[in-house]
Write a protein that binds this ligand. Structure first.
Ligand SMILES: [Zn+2]
Length: 503
């Protein structure tokens, strides 16, 4: 037996055992141990494999994150070329352009997050430096991958009063849109984070973006979920993670499709910081010294995220126009934790739904809207109402009378199904639109749909071909080795028995 022979020779050679027969006696347990070690090594290879796992978001892993690519040993300040000055009485802020290097961040069409965040960060720094009494650092100025703790450590080393993390979002089905800011759920970090985020989100809304709110998120250990916020909180440093908008969504595209627009984001972020700290700039002719930011009391308890669906969602029929197919509904929905965010509607009993629509007025629980039902079907209408954490509640359903109207004049094939101010003239069959857009939406989709949420939550690794083959091979080797060992053990025992019989 070749294998047996090789192993025997090996042990003989290393002088562990001098006699082949002794080798066979010691062989089985030894071989088991070797197999076991081999298995552990292989498992390490699989789990520690960087090839084929999602390195893109490695820097945003949740608790217990692994430091990747820190071998360069270049401190952020060296890289950024902005050494901390000792006798600085200025406000010190650190801007963190999300991702970098191998860690691309979100990617969609021609857009790569790590490049976008750097453009925004540079513009933000340049703008902020036009104000008096502030010193600004960047965690990275080049295309460099840094882990999250390293970024926070750098911020702390320069004495940061605040860390601003710049990001762009992406959702699994490219359906979510709008801007949001994530902050710590704890104490002073929450209070300061919220006061800043309130200014930031206000400015983004003024720009025309839809606000997805100011939110907290916790991991299973009840720590801040996002690594950069968690590590900042550990250092008593306020931190705000700004998701400017979704880089994979048509609603948001007009805000990031040019370099100048990204630079506008940077200037907007700078303005939010200037307002937060009440800064003045003669160069810009801006004076925010009298600016009154909201006063957020330091919470005595953890500011937990909303984990429950909206409390109620009811629809009533206001009007059905059988000539035009228009149906007007009154929607009443409420969520006392995180407020209302989006709604979708269906006229086929919930088989398909429209794309997400903005909640018309977040201060109100009730609103009316009109949509078109295609000719010739018996509509069964219902609405899904989403809260600030993308959880939804389905309304009651209403069975309406069939409508039959002339669709001959409907030639516009590009009806924007998302347009809630649908004027009723561009009535390309909504059914067509629903077929292409509706089925992407399910409850599961929206529970954890935010891209950053996904990438941090489970550290899920996409199974690539190489990874798959590797796992198969290792599995096969382990099984074969085990079978071999068992075979040897059985043979060994048989021989022993035969020898005994022979005696
Ligand atoms: Zn990001």
């Amino acid at each position: 037996m070749m294998h047996n022979f090789i192993i025997s020779r090996f042990y003989k050679k290393i002088g562990l055992l001098s006699n082949i027969r002794t080798v066979r006696g010691a062989y089985c347990p030894l071989f088991f141990i070797i197999n076991f070690i081999l298995m552990l090594v292989c498992m390490g290879e699989v789990t520690g494999s960087k090839e084929g796992c999602c390195i893109v978001y490695a820097a945003e892993k949740g608790a217990g994150e692994v430091s990747e690519e820190t071998t360069e040993n270049v401190s952020a300040s060296d890289e950024a070329g902005n050494e901390p000055s000792e006798e600085n009485s200025d406000i010190v802020v650190v801007i963190d352009p999300g991702h970098g290097g191998k860690n691309l961040g979100g990617q969609y069409e021609d857009y790569t997050e790590k490049e976008m965040t750097l453009i925004v960060a540079n513009a933000m720094k340049e703008e902020l430096e036009k104000y008096e009494g502030i010193t600004v650092y960047l965690t990275r100025t080049g295309d460099k991958d840094m882990d999250l703790d390293e970024r926070c450590e750098y911020a702390q080393s320069v004495g940061a009063d605040f860390l601003f993390c710049l990001h762009f979002n992406l959702s699994e089905h490219h359906t979510l849109f709008g801007a949001e800011t994530w902050i710590s759920a704890y104490g002073e970090q929450y209070s300061r984070g919220y006061a800043f985020a309130n200014i930031e989100i206000g400015l983004l809304e003024d720009l025309g973006l839809y606000s997805r709110g100011i939110k907290t998120r916790l991991n299973e250990k009840n720590e801040d979920y996002y690594g950069i916020i968690r590590h900042s909180t550990e250092r008593n440093m306020p931190c705000a993670l700004i998701e400017h908008c979704h880089l994979d969504q048509e609603n948001d595209k007009p805000f990031y499709d040019h370099k100048e627009k990204l630079e506008d984001f940077g200037r907007l972020d700078a303005e939010a910081v200037a307002k937060y700290y009440g800064l003045k700039s003669d160069i810009l002719g801006k004076d925010y010294r009298g600016y009154e930011k909201i006063d957020v009391a330091i919470p005595t308890h953890v500011m937990r995220p909303d984990k429950t669906e909206p409390d109620v969602c009811i629809i009533e029929l206001v009007e059905q126009n059988k000539k035009s197919g228009d149906v007007t509904l009154r929607v009443s929905a409420a969520d006392y934790d995180s407020g209302m965010l989006y709604y979708t509607y269906s006229y086929d009993g919930g088989v398909t739904f429209s794309e997400l629509q903005r909640w018309p007025d977040k201060t109100r629980d009730t609103f009316e809207f009109t949509f078109k039902v295609p000719s010739g079907i018996v509509p069964q209408v219902m609405v899904n109402a989403y809260n600030g954490y993308d959880l939804y509640t389905t309304s009651n359903s209403l069975n309406l009378a069939s409508t039959s109207y002339d669709m001959a004049s409907d030639t516009d094939e590009t009806t924007d199904f998302q347009d809630e101010e649908n004027d009723g003239n561009d009535s390309q069959s909504s059914a067509d639109a629903l077929e292409t857009t509706g089925h992407a939406l399910s409850k599961k989709d929206y529970e954890e749909i935010s891209y950053h949420s996904q990438k941090e939550s489970e550290e899920k690794k996409p199974v690539t071909m190489v990874y798959f083959i590797k796992v198969c091979l290792i599995g096969a080797i382990i099984v074969l080795a085990m079978m071999w060992s068992i075979l040897i053990a059985v043979r060994h025992n048989k021989k022993k028995r035969r020898r005994r019989k022979g005696k």
